[in-house]
Design a protein around this ligand. Sequence first.
Ligand code: ZN
Length: 248
Amino acid sequence: MRDTKIERLQEIIDESRQIVFFGGAGVSTESNIPDFRSAEGIYHQAYVYSPEEVVSRSFFLRNPGIFYDFYKEKMLNLDACPNPAHSKLAELERARRLIAVITQNIDGLHQAAGSNRVYELHGSVHRNYCLKCRKPFSAKYIKNTAGVPHCTCGGVIKPDVVLYEEGLDDKVIRAAVSKIAEADTLIIGGTSLVVYPAAGFIDYFSGRHLILINKSQTAKSVRADLSIEAPIGEVLGQIRVNKSKRED
Ligand code: ZN
C-alpha cells in the first residue's frame, strides 16, 4: 500500500508539465556524499582550521596545499553514483514534465544520471581552470595530482566551485529564477530551506503546486501544498513517470 502523500505527489506530477526541482545537500547524502560543512576541521602545524575557513577564497589563495588536502578528501567524491532521486528527475525531463533542476550541490550527479537542464548554483568539481591562462582541467586530473595541481603554464588550478567570500554567478541565478517563474510545480528537496539563496528563490514561484520533501522538518514559514518528511531518493523512487500526452 502506498502512502497517501506519495499518491498525492504522483497526482501532482501527472498533471504537471513544467516542473522545476530545487535540491540541497540532502540529494547528495543519499549517494553517500557527506555535507562537507559537517566534516571535521583539518589539522596542520598545530593549527586547526574549520571547514568554512578552509573552503574560502582567501584561504585558497594563501594556503592552496591545505585547501587541496581537504578538498580532495572531503569534497571530491568521484566514486559516488546517482541515487533514485537523480534518476527519476532525469526521467521526468525526458518525459517532458520537468524543465529544470536547480542544485546547490557540486558533484555533477544530475548530469551523470542524464539530466541536461541543470543549474549549478555553487559550481561543479568537474570544471577546473588555471587561474593564469584559464585552461580547463578534469576532476580526475585534480584527484590524481599530488599536492597543489598546476597548469603547464605554471599557474595554480582552481575548481569552479563557489568558495566562501565569493559571490554566486549572476547568470546562473538569473536563469534559475526565470525557470522558477515558468514552473507550474516547484519541488524543493533535500534542504531545510534556511540557507540563502533557497529561501528567497521561492518568492519567484507563482505556479500551482509547491512541494517540500526533506528528511527533517523544513522552515515553517513556507506554505506548501504538500510536505513529505522522508529522504528525497526514497520518495521520488516510488514515483511512476507517465509520458505527457501530445495534445496537452
Ligand atoms: Zn595555465
